[in-house]
Design a binder for this molecule. Sequence first.
Ligand SMILES: [Zn+2]
Length: 303
Amino acid sequence: VRHTLVAAVAAVITVVVTSGEARAFCRERTCDPNDLKQQCEFNDNCVISGHLLQWRNSCVSFDAQEDGSPRYGIDASTVTEVAGRAFAPWLVADCGGGAGPSMKVGTFGPVECDEVSDSRRSNEKGANVIMFRDDVWPYTGAIDAYALTTVNFDTDTGEIIDADIEVNSAGVFQISVDGTTGTDLQSILTHEAGHFLGMAHAATDDHTATMRANWDGVGTDLRTLTSDDEAGICDAYPPTRQAASDCEPLNGFASACHVPADEPSGGGCALVPARPAGDSAPSALLGVCALVVARTIRRRKRA
Ligand SMILES: [Zn+2]
């Protein structure tokens, strides 16, 4: 029986005025610092007790929710493209000797499901969804968050089961993709991609790290990782790590919500491999995979 918890993390708008020096990255662990009963141990603000979170395989997929953000006129294919650019710097991080992390990211294409995966439903197919909350931001405890990434994991091992990213497009942030006006979606998603891959907030309020806890929403500097961010992803997925290369979710990919794990998928689906090193386009690391068959058991009604 798999026991899972949900770790919700968010970037907040608060501008921190204390000047922090660059410190070590933090990785998410099974111990939840927000649950005092777990009595997590800390080093600075880094949790050091519990298992480290990590995807089991050396590839993971994300999928844009098919509606995108009607409010901001961002369609699903644009979300896919921007998210690909957001994942790219993590995948090409310098782990020393010219080697990058042993992790690839692919996508099956936009999906129908617009729900965050429920850890109690571990026997379902699914997708790791990037979705927008245009109408209501449901997280009253994180009202000032640009986005929120929910990571389900096995508490016994730290294996990440799935991760979903919700962008707060219902609030005051003027989400934009042009990099010059409003709050930059690629910057938000670069930070959330770090959470998606198992990174926690940097231990101190480093004003430059992509994984800093606080961001004023101005500019695009979160798009660029610091050496500390890069050290974090290299620690999680060292170049020499041996892992299966399958990019599908644990119980298989499904576009719809709540597809039972034993539902036949009806078709295989291979991801395009990364282009050889030296290719200049970082988004080339994003394998695009056409969905062959999407069987749905239950379709949800949209308002
Ligand atoms: Zn965050």
